[in-house]
Design a protein around this ligand. Structure first.
Ligand code: PEP
Ligand code: MN
Length: 348
């Protein structure tokens, strides 16, 4: 249930409403938007409570949310959330967020040089994997904490905020210390204990869709994080597994406008993992922005042939810069901006 509180209510008056919610054995989640103040009532639905809350002072209206997820539902905020990730960067506003960098951090020069290149091309967030989920235990699994230190160096050199994946609770303190955004990868979308833990801290979290995650399962996974008190969640569509084997995953473009309709959380598109093929990355990036994505996650490597992971889907520094110019054209056509990038027609 969602309670819309009158804009004039004082903190004390809101406190009364919260206390009444808690007396019923339910939890109250206060959300202070720019236009509305809302209290989410979490617990079993009971129609009689609607009348009771409606009769309370300073309550403007009460709405029952029939969806299984509550705090992530669009109704809960009535408009899109903008997540502040620090260093002057937000996700979910008019400006697109572009997270770019290598799949995995290979050494300090590698991440610093890539950071300089992606920043010059217009990226505003640096990505890089330190703890890598790999299908084979014999594949390169990342440099771990050493990579986190290299990422911090790249942030210092460029000023770009950084995102990196957390795979296990074991590493949460180290990752939270270095990252501006914590990534939860596709393979951990339903690792509920991990979701609880990132919900208990306040760093923004980007939750990738599981490779066979349904939209409702994905939104319920995000609900775990919000239910623990962390409202700073960004979703990321990264392709799903289908019968098609011509590419690594099938990028589910439908998810973007649907998630926007169902949830207030911002959504990022990852056409690198969504396709697995470098030549498909730019067209799918453009399609995702046209469909309403709030930003992109793109894998970039100075020499994709030599990448220790995901070379086949990585863009070179030059092709990333070209993609950004093509995306800028689409962004302006749909009323979004990509500052510092001059638009050009897509290469054919
Ligand atoms: C990644 O971003 O490098 C990654 C492993 O992504 P996903 O979890 O989507 O496979
Ligand atoms: Mn990767």
């Amino acid at each position: 249930m969602i309670i819309v509180v009158s804009p004039e209510a004082t903190p004390e008056e809101i406190g009364h409403i919260v206390a009444r919610i808690e007396e019923t054995g339910r939890q109250a989640h206060l959300s202070e938007g720019t236009e509305r103040r809302i209290i989410g009532v979490i617990g079993p639905d009971a129609p009689e409570l609607q009348d009771m809350f409606e009769s309370m002072a300073h309550v403007e209206s009460v709405h029952r949310v029939t969806k299984p997820y509550k705090l992530v539902s669009r109704e809960f905020r009535g408009g899109p959330s903008v997540i502040d990730i620090g260093r002057g960067v937000t996700v979910g506003g008019n400006e697109l967020a572009v997270m770019a960098g290598p799949c995995s951090i290979e050494d300090e020069d590698h991440i610093v040089n890539t950071a300089i290149a992606v920043k010059a091309a217009g990226a505003n967030i640096l990505r890089g994997g330190a703890f890598k989920p790999r299908s084979s235990p014999y594949a390169f699994r990342g440099l771990g904490e050493e990579a986190l230190r290299h990422l911090a160096t790249a942030r210092k050199v460029t000023g770009l905020p950084v995102i990196t994946e957390l795979m296990s609770i074991r590493d949460i303190d180290a990752v939270a210390e270095y990252a501006d955004v914590i990534q939860i990868g596709a393979r951990n979308m339903q690792n509920f204990i991990l979701l609880d833990e990132v919900g208990k801290q306040r760093k923004p979290v980007m939750l990738k869709r599981g490779m066979s995650g349904q939209i409702e399962e994905w939104l319920l996974a995000a609900e775990y994080i919000l239910a623990q008190g962390n409202p700073n969640v960004i979703l990321c569509e990264r392709g799903i597994r289908t019968f098609e084997t011509a590419y690594r995953n099938t990028f589910d473009i439908n998810a973007i406008p649907l998630v926007k309709e169902l949830s207030h959380l911002p959504i990022i598109a990852d056409p690198s993992h969504g396709t697995g093929k470098h030549q498909l990355v730019a067209p799918i990036a453009m399609a995702a922005v046209a469909a309403g994505a709030d930003g992109l996650m793109i894998e970039v490597h100075p020499s994709p042939d030599h990448a220790l992971s995901d070379g086949a889907q990585s863009l070179t520094h030059e092709s990333f810069a070209g993609m950004m110019r093509s995306v800028a054209g689409i962004a302006s056509a749909v009323g979004r901006s990509l500052s510092g990038v001059e638009a050009s027609a897509a290469a054919r």
